[in-house]
Design a protein around this ligand. Structure first.
Ligand code: 5GP
Ligand code: MG
Length: 183
């Protein structure tokens, strides 16, 4: 049984989505990918975005039944609980994706700025296709035009932590998803 409340730095958080529910959502989206990518001509590349998506990647890749390569990228846009709107690339792509199907694995799509940046960046390497797969989607904040084809869960505009997502680099280890308590 996990703690229902945790304190991280100056804030108290409470459980919003228990681990079992996350697991079910991950399984559902993995099934969609298994249907869509089981008969591709070339081996798909799963590009995961560090650091927030590491836990989602670990869980979803074990549910994928087609052969796939795994590669990492690192960008950052957040500082504290607010998106800065500016993207910094911290680790570039080191896999040849030319002519291949690419699936981006992200923790959360909020305004969509990061995902747009990533899709444009990856298209620059001439892949056959690029699709976005996110664990969380915030429809109320999304300002993008790209289709986010694979979304495990939709949430409101609240700031969440846990399951890879951080509050100032902390809380990534929590197995449930937490939200700030109103006090
Ligand atoms: P966007 O560029 O879509 O506005 O933001 C995307 C990035 O901001 C995500 O990849 C994630 O790192 C961070 N982010 C957005 N919303 C949240 C949230 O509720 N909690 C945490 N911890 N990070 C978030
Ligand atoms: Mg992220």
């Amino acid at each position: 049984m996990s703690e229902t409340k945790v304190k991280i730095l100056d804030r108290t958080f409470k459980v919003m989505i228990p681990a079992e529910q996350i697991d079910q959502a991950v399984s559902r989206v993995a099934e969609q990918l298994n249907r869509d990518y089981s008969n591709t001509e070339t081996t798909p590349v799963v590009v995961s975005v560090l650091s927030g998506a590491f836990m989602f990647l670990a869980d979803i890749s074990r549910k994928l039944t087609f052969n796939h390569e795994i590669s990492f990228l690192k960008i950052s846009s957040y500082s504290g609980t607010k998106s800065t709107g500016k993207i910094r690339e911290e680790l570039g792509l080191n896999t040849d994706i030319k002519g291949r199907d690419v699936i981006i694995i992200e923790d959360i799509v909020d305004t969509g700025i990061s995902m747009h940046y990533l899709m444009d960046y990856l298209r620059g390497f001439s892949p056959k296709s690029v699709e976005a797969c996110t664990l969380f989607f915030k429809p109320g904040n999304y300002r993008g035009t790209e289709e986010i084809k694979y979304r495990a869960m939709e949430i409101g505009n609240e700031f969440i932590v846990g399951y890879g997502l951080d509050y100032d680099q902390l809380g990534r280890n929590l197995k449930d998803i937490y939200v700030v308590c109103e006090e």
